[in-house]
Design a protein around this ligand. Structure first.
Ligand code: HEC
Length: 249
């Protein structure tokens, strides 16, 4: 059967080659997935900045509503999830100079999509508080804590974000560093930075983590409302920090 091996070869070799190629692509695919899971330092810094803008602008949407919420005078259509998402996107565009690109790839796109989802979830979940209102019915810090909780869950460790303040200046003890950043490699550093009360952001690599540390500055409205909760603070002073934590290679 002189022709048999040739025919056999024609039939099987390309097939086995296909299998090997498939296997090679499968392995390569896994390799690139591993590479993606570990962000490089430069991208990590960009992601920290993205997080800062998203959380600042998102929380400011709720900040803008404080007079209306506290006096129980919000209009139902103005606090509907769609309306608030629209305001958030407008604020984001104003802050960054570009429309929110939700199709972006990598950690920047993931951060954006996860935060927008968290924002939407929380303003939907707390519609009753927004509509009914009343003093402290839905304060910015509470909104931020809820949305970061949702956000952190969906980011699965790729980027974690925390909002906290110094011991002794907490209205709600649940937002103490030791609780909010429990198990974080940055908890010690953040505690030291907050103790200085400095208002400059600190973005740096610390071991295998990029840290974005963003102090919050107290405005008159923050101080006035916190005073009603028994806190003595000064306008223009340090009033808490937002922290982004990104594991990098
Ligand atoms: C209408 C009232 C009100 C306003 C306005 C307000 N806060 Fe607060 N803030 C609160 C309350 C109430 C809490 C506790 C929230 C909780 O229990 O989750 C809080 C909590 C916080 C926390 C978390 C740590 C803690 O003390 O529990 C930070 C940080 C914070 N506020 C910063 C600010 C800053 C900065 C501003 C202004 C830009 C501001 N807040 C405006 C009422 C307010």
């Amino acid at each position: 059967m002189p022709r048999y091996p040739t025919l056999f070869a024609l039939c099987t070799r390309p097939f086995s080659r296909m299998i090997h190629l498939g296997l090679a692509f499968f392995l390569l695919g896994n390799l690139s997935l591993t590479a993606q899971a570990q962000t490089d330092e430069d991208t990590g810094r960009k992601a920290a900045e993205e997080l800062r803008v998203l959380v600042t602008e998102g929380t400011n949407v709720i900040g803008d509503l404080q007079p209306a919420i506290n006096s129980g005078k919000t209009a139902k259509d103005k606090v509907a999830p769609d309306a608030l998402v629209e305001q958030f996107k407008t604020r984001y565009q104003k802050a960054t100079g570009a429309a929110m690109d939700l199709k972006a790839t990598g950690i920047l796109g993931d951060t954006r999509r996860a935060y927008l989802q968290a924002f939407t979830n929380v303003v939907t979940r707390f519609q009753p508080n927004l509509i009914k209102g009343g003093q402290d019915a839905f304060v910015p810090a509470f909104f931020r804590a809820q949305s970061l909780n949702d956000f952190n869950k969906s980011m699965q460790g790729k980027l974690q974000a925390y909002a906290t303040n110094r011991e002794g200046e907490l209205i709600n003890g649940d937002w103490a560093v030791a609780k909010v950043m429990k198990g974080s490699p940055l908890a010690g550093e953040v505690t030291k930075l907050m103790a200085t009360g400095a208002l400059e952001p600190v973005v740096k690599r610390s071991g295998n983590t990029v840290m974005g540390y963003y102090p919050m500055k107290l405005a008159a409205g923050c101080v006035a409302c916190h005073a009603q909760n028994g806190l003595k603070q000064k306008e223009g002073a340090f009033g808490g920090a937002l922290v982004a934590q990104i594991p990098v290679k």
